[in-house]
Design a protein around this ligand. Structure first.
Ligand SMILES: [Zn+2]
Length: 125
């Protein structure tokens, strides 16, 4: 079952976010990846039927860089559906369903080496 609520969601570092699922799988991604995969209409753009009427094309919204865009202010759990983060730029319309969470984390999962590299980078500043 992919549509399950994670056992745990936590932030091992200010720029990382991790999830653990009941089946024992664990993923860590950059906070930035979570925001970049925001599923709200404003971020992914509107969908229009294409000429053949079957496939759909997506026109992405304006991906402007605002201060605080990648800062996580709050992470609210919405019933049994998913999470709704509040970002530093005030963006809070993204509702991530558990299955989307699973997909985003699987796709953007960082290996230990990458986490180490990020750590070195952030410690320098
Ligand atoms: Zn969004």
């Amino acid at each position: 079952m992919n549509n399950q609520k994670p056992k745990k969601i936590y932030r091992p570092k200010p720029y990382l976010i991790s999830v653990e699922f009941e089946d024992g799988s664990k993923f860590t991604i950059k906070l930035q990846s979570l925001r970049d995969n925001c599923p709200c209409a404003e971020c992914i753009g509107e969908e229009f039927p294409s000429i053949d009427g079957k496939k759909r094309i997506t026109v992405p919204g304006l991906n402007t860089m605002k201060p605080g865009k990648y800062e996580l202010k709050e992470l609210n759990v919405v019933g049994n559906y998913g999470i709704q983060p509040v970002w530093g730029d005030g963006h809070d319309s993204g509702l991530y369903l558990w299955e989307q969470i699973r997909e985003i984390f699987e796709k953007n999962n960082l290996i230990e080496e990458e986490i180490q590299k990020l750590e070195n980078k952030y410690n320098k500043n």
